[in-house]
Design a protein around this ligand. Structure first.
Ligand code: PMP
Length: 400
């Protein structure tokens, strides 16, 4: 009965790893997937995560019962504090509802499903470009997806006037997806002043902000600084949605641990909203997994472990910043034509190199370097050892 099912294409991002795994070359390099690697090219489990897991294993009072539909209560409270700030009035006034979800993707999807059912405006504006999964998540939830200008290829920076113009022309009430920090794939973030202008415009037009926070702490190495954009929107007392992921900042990729929050205007609304979030979640996966959320809660509630985490997180962020500098220096040393300063200006895990599809194909064929076809490279997958190989490949790609 399934004989007519056609072969689906690989996911454009995860498919890069599939192609990489098939390559037999000893110099092959995977810069496609946004997962952190050490200098030695190995995945990293944070020490503080190992410690938390050990504590969980040793605590024999722990059982494997189902969590509530909304997840681990401690985890939800601590996640809200992490993103909105320990002294957030919205939290103190019980105006925030937070539910544990399946990492960032699951949080976005639960948020999208909720909006499709309970929000009057079904159009969501996403930046152009954005993470490839965004349009699919929102479309499949029943929202209508439109884009706003974000990136200017000629400056390799923010198209701020285009952004303001497009959001200014959006219908009142439309949802706007914003990357809280470390925009994926461009690595280009608005400045604080620009965020403030975006906030004013969005509030004056009653556009609903939906933040995707997949890299808190990864952009600057500072957890509070990386949540500044969201906190500006919460501080004005208006509504705001946020999807949080612990994949990158705690290295918990495969544990699938994240949170979705809605900041409401009153505690009463927040309670009703939460009751409806439960109705969204229950038929999708009933309730979320316990292990990853327990690790996060263990770390966030203990002052020393929190500090240890911040230090390890900063070390990851710093290594990425150092990779940017090393790649930039290597291209300058080779006299590679063009201005490569965007490599050190862009923020977070990715550099949007500006290399085109055929240059990317050339680098994969001749140098066994894998990346998404839009020229995005993961700086987290680079090391001092592999920078010269990448610089050689870029040099050859732009001069051949
Ligand atoms: N949003 C953005 C912008 C991302 O880059 C990612 C991961 N690449 C996610 C959400 C979701 O990640 P996860 O589901 O693994 O937490």
């Amino acid at each position: 009965v399934f004989a007519s099912v056609v072969q689906a294409p690989e996911d454009p991002i995860l498919g890069v790893t599939v192609a990489y795994n098939k390559d037999q070359s000893p110099v092959k390099l995977n810069l496609g997937v946004g997962a952190y690697r050490t200098e030695e090219g190995k995945p990293l489990v944070l020490n503080v995560v190992r410690k938390a897991e050990q504590m969980l294993v040793n605590d024999h009072s722990r059982v494997k019962e189902y969590l509530p539909i909304t997840g681990l209560a401690d985890f939800n409270k601590l996640s809200a504090k992490l993103i909105f700030g320990a002294n957030s009035p919205a939290i103190q006034e019980n105006r925030v509802t937070t539910v544990q979800c399946l990492s960032g993707t699951g949080s976005l999807r639960v948020g999208a499903e909720f909006l499709a059912r309970h929000y009057h405006e079904k159009t969501i504006y996403i930046p152009q470009p954005t993470w490839g999964n965004h349009p699919k998540v929102f479309t499949l939830a029943g929202l209508s997806v439109k884009t706003y200008r974000y990136y200017n290829p000629s400056t390799r920076g923010l198209d701020f006037s285009g952004l303001l113009e497009d959001l200014g022309n959006a219908p009142s009430g439309a949802i706007v997806l914003l990357h809280a920090c470390a925009h994926n794939p461009t690595g280009v973030d608005p400045t604080s002043d620009q965020w403030e202008q975006i906030r004013q415009l969005m509030r004056s037009k009653e556009l609903l902000p939906f933040f995707d926070s997949a890299y808190q702490g990864f952009a600057s190495g500072n957890l509070d600084a990386d949540a500044e954009s969201i906190r500006m929107f919460v501080a004005d007392g208006g509504e705001c949605l946020a999807a949080q992921s612990y994949a990158k900042n705690m290295g918990l990729y495969g544990e699938r641990v994240g949170a979705f929050s809605i900041v409401c205007k009153t505690a009463d609304v927040a309670t009703r909203v939460e009751s409806q979030l439960k109705l969204v979640i229950r038929p999708m996966y009933s309730n979320p997994p316990i292990h990853g959320a327990s690790i996060v809660a263990t770390i966030l509630k203990d002052g020393d472990m929190y500090t240890e985490w911040s230090v390890e997180l900063k070390a990851m962020a710093d290594r990425i910043i150092s990779m940017r500098q090393q790649l930039y220096d290597a291209l300058c040393a080779r006299g590679t034509p063009g201005d490569w300063s965007h490599i050190i200006k862009q923020i977070g895990m990715f550099t949007f190199t500006g290399l085109n599809t055929s240059q990317v194909a050339f680098m994969t064929k001749e140098y066994h370097i894998y990346m998404t076809s839009d020229g995005r490279i993961s700086m987290a997958g680079l090391s001092s050892r592999t920078v010269p190989h990448l610089a050689d490949a870029i040099h050859a790609a732009v001069t051949s």
